[in-house]
Design a protein around this ligand. Structure first.
Ligand code: PAF
Length: 284
């Protein structure tokens, strides 16, 4: 496996793949890889001739400087794991390689058709602009046949799908398939996340209540209303010492707008466990 740090070398390798009519599977990541990422890379390796993984902590999608600074960076371990998984190339650029200084200091703006007005978009202004900025740039460089994203970041996945299908950028991506992959969980039910590395053992045990409550809410949904289930999830988690719900919203899976029926619904949650912000979701 080759580690690439420049756009020029990446472009050279991608052009060689395209000349040889090889399909390219792409997994964009911010590193600190775990088994959730591994499941995406395994699919990219299995379903394509060449698998490219990017490892880049994208500064333009962080609206909180402390979060950016504390984001775990473990490139050597990541490279080891990706080698074992059979990835062909890792693209690990610096911020200066990815962006001009002007781009780093001005904000990119994109029309999300309302998908960014709720949940993460409401809580983290500018976050999805940064995500679309980096993902579109990576797509332009990697020219993937298929790109793999985890369903844990469900809103991100919906926005990327919108970007490649209906947005003003869509015509650049007519041959690109976006593939959503299921959440990978610890045996306890805790959704795997790079941010879990920042949890103490006690916090990790406490955080298990998030997924447990979401799973229990499937039962509540059999007999109760959407509004009541939403509130019961919030109240149950907030009653646990060390957890604080930022939002829990049950929305339509396609539009991400609030819904009053469980048909095609997903519940998306963000919870602070101590200082660490964790997200999860459940499909009803
Ligand atoms: O999901 C992530 O890790 C990031 O948002 C992504 C898609 C790699 C863009 O930086």
């Amino acid at each position: 496996m080759q580690v690439i740090t420049t756009k020029q070398e990446l472009t050279r390798q991608v052009e060689a793949c395209i000349r040889q009519q090889k399909t390219i599977g792409f997994v964009p990541t911010m590193g600190a890889l775990h088994q959730g990422h591994a499941s995406l890379v395994q699919r990219a390796v299995a379903e394509n001739d060449v698998a490219i993984v990017s490892v880049f902590v994208n500064p333009t999608q962080f609206n909180n400087p402390e979060d950016l600074q504390k984001y775990p960076r473990t490139l050597n371990q990541d490279v080891e794991l990706l080698t074992q998984l059979g990835a062909h190339f890792v693209f690990a650029p610096t911020a200066e390689e990815m962006y001009s200084s002007e781009e780093l200091n001005t904000s990119f703006s994109f029309d999300f058709n309302g998908l960014d007005q709720v949940m993460e978009g409401k809580m983290r202004p500018g976050h999805f602009n940064g995500v679309v900025q980096v993902v579109s740039r990576l797509f332009d460089l990697v020219k993937p046949t298929r790109a793999y994203f985890g369903e844990k970041d469900f809103q991100q996945l919906a926005i990327i799908r919108h970007m490649v299908t209906t947005s003003s950028l869509a015509q650049q991506y007519t041959n690109l398939q976006i593939i959503g992959c299921p959440i990978v969980r610890e045996d306890s039910g805790l959704a795997l996340s790079s941010r879990n590395q920042r949890l103490s053992e006690t916090e990790k045990q406490t955080a298990v209540a998030i997924s447990q409550t979401l799973f229990t809410s499937l039962k509540w949904a059999e007999t109760d209303t959407v509004a009541n289930v939403q509130q019961r999830v919030i109240d149950t988690i907030n009653a646990i010492k060390g957890l604080e719900v930022e939002y829990y919203e049950i929305v339509d899976r396609t539009t991400l707008q609030p819904t009053d029926t469980f048909q095609n619904a997903i519940g998306c949650i963000t919870v602070y466990c101590g200082p660490v912000r964790l997200i999860d979701n459940i499909q009803y």
